[in-house]
Design a protein around this ligand. Structure first.
Ligand code: NDP
Length: 450
């Protein structure tokens, strides 16, 4: 590799995409450094998917312990202690952060625990003042929560702070109707907080199939979560007793103990020196890249949320891997396929989906077949929990190919991972029909659609 530069690759940001790219590039023989101003691991590991999933597990015990009674168990003196869960989760986050650092170290990647700025062609200056050069620069700085501007917006928290609360709020308002709003609404609600979701539009989880959205809305309301639509912030005032008086459009002012904002995430591009070398940004501030994650500057690449393609960790990881293999590996360059990406919302119950929704399929294909199973999982029947699951399969009528699967119900993300392989592979409804069911399971509904 080039001796002209201090490093073959300098990565800014040690999150999911940056860590994968750095370690793979190093494994291909590149001399790699990575700068991280916060904690190695990035959003997913430190304040996103991983700690969130642990809270989801913790929260679900509320229902499991309740349901246990119907299965004959008596649980005396059950109580929940937020600080115990919070601290256990944070301990594990620290453990994972260490492992990520170790992986980079094992691959001889130099870690700079400080901010890095591009200060010239192939040149990076670290917060300490040290300047280094690199043949390639990878920007993998992720995204941060978007906080709308309005009087009193300084009183809100985001998902970043939600993991560290001293106390659980008795009443919490969550603004936004997307992934984070619905996941945290479920978490706080199970812990006993009174949760209200307020969204600017008239729906939740806009990109998901309408029937699943309706089902989540209905189940969430039964669980005690309130929803306000067409509701945007006018102002928030802190009152003498510490509570927050929140004024939303079309609503009477209402008191809460905490207000959390989950209204999307914006790419972290400020202060990176991108303008110094003329890296092109898009309308939302995202770094514009081609299919190979290359920017308009020949030696600068970007992966993950900062490019605002698909804001999901496994996608960032793939982009990082493809970049490193393509630029430093022995094979031909290759691009990540961003089609047919499965996804999940870890609400209570969770949603999982892959491919086209019914609406999208109708618009794109015209002639489709929709198969649906609306059932009460066996565990819920015994528990006396009147909560139904809904599975949907969308099939292209022209060739019997499955173009979408949508599920809401216990463990649906776990089930979806396997089903998504079939959809990605272009299997047909007949292929599913030819597969014998595993009985009794919820997943068997996928091969029993009539
Ligand atoms: P989402 O994009 O999921 O949802 C944003 C919500 O905020 C929507 O309901 C939207 O309303 C509303 N909104 C958007 N912009 C504004 C604005 N300017 N003012 C007021 N409301 C606004 O964002 P999240 O913050 O929930 O999550 C960010 C991203 O992180 C997700 O898109 C996802 O890619 C990723 N993520 C993935 C998870 C997973 O895989 N399970 C979990 C958490 C996050 P409208 O109804 O108009 O669309």
């Amino acid at each position: 590799m080039s001796a002209e530069y201090d490093y073959d690759l300098f990565t800014i940001g040690a999150g999911s995409g940056g860590v994968r790219a750095s370690r793979v590039a190093a494994a291909h023989g590149a001399r790699v450094a990575v700068a991280e101003e916060y904690r190695v691991g990035g959003t997913c590991v430190i304040r996103g998917c991983v700690p969130k999933k642990m809270l989801v597990y913790g929260a679900h015990f509320a229902e499991d312990l309740e349901d246990a009674k119907s299965f004959g168990w008596t649980i005396e003196g059950k109580r929940f202690d937020w600080k115990t869960l919070r601290d256990h989760v944070q301990n594990d986050v620290t453990r994972l952060e260490g492992l990520y650092g170790q992986t980079l170290g094992n691959h001889k990647v130099t870690i700079y625990n400080e901010r890095a700025t591009i200060t010239g062609d192939h040149e990076i200056t670290l917060a300490s003042g040290k300047t280094v050069t690199a043949k390639y620069i990878l920007v993998a700085t992720g995204a941060r929560p978007h906080v709308p501007e309005f009087p009193g917006s300084e009183h809100v928290i985001t998902s970043n702070e939600a993991f560290h609360l001293d106390e659980l709020p008795r009443r919490i308002l969550i603004a936004g109707g997307g992934y984070i709003a619905n996941e945290f609404a479920g978490i706080f609600n199970e812990f006993g907080s009174k949760v209200t979701i307020a969204n600017r539009s008239d729906t939740i989880l806009r990109s998901y199939d309408a029937s699943l959205r309706d089902r989540l809305l209905q189940i969430s309301m039964v669980k005690g979560i309130s929803f306000l639509f067409h509701a945007e912030f006018e102002r928030i005032d802190r009152q003498a007793d510490g509570s927050l008086l929140v004024s939303l459009t079309g609503q009477e002012p209402c008191e809460y103990d905490a207000v959390m904002v989950a209204t999307g995430r914006v790419p972290n591009v400020e202060g990176l020196g991108l303008e110094t070398i003329g890296v092109e940004l898009g309308r939302k501030g995202e770094i514009v890249v081609d299919a190979f994650s290359k920017t308009n500057v020949d030696y600068v690449y970007a992966v993950g949320d900062v490019t605002d393609r698909v804001q999901l960790t496994p996608v960032a990881i793939r982009e990082g891997q493809a970049f490193a293999d393509s630029v430093f590996g022995p094979g031909e360059p290759y691009a990540v396929d961003h089609s047919c990406v499965p996804s999940a919302v870890f609400s209570h119950p969770p949603i999982a989906a892959v491919g086209l929704t019914e609406g999208e399929a109708r618009n794109q294909l015209g002639n489709i077949k929709v198969y649906q199973s609306d059932f009460r999982p066996m565990k819920n029947v015994v528990a006396g929990r009147n909560e139904r699951s809904l599975y949907k399969m969308i099939v292209d009528a022209a060739n019997d190919r499955i173009v979408g699967i949508h599920m809401i119900g216990p463990d649906s993300p776990e089930i979806m991972q396997a089903a998504a392989i079939a959809v990605k592979a272009g299997l047909t409804k007949a292929d599913f029909d030819a597969t014998v069911a595993i009985h009794p399971t919820m997943a068997e509904e996928l091969v029993l659609f009539k």
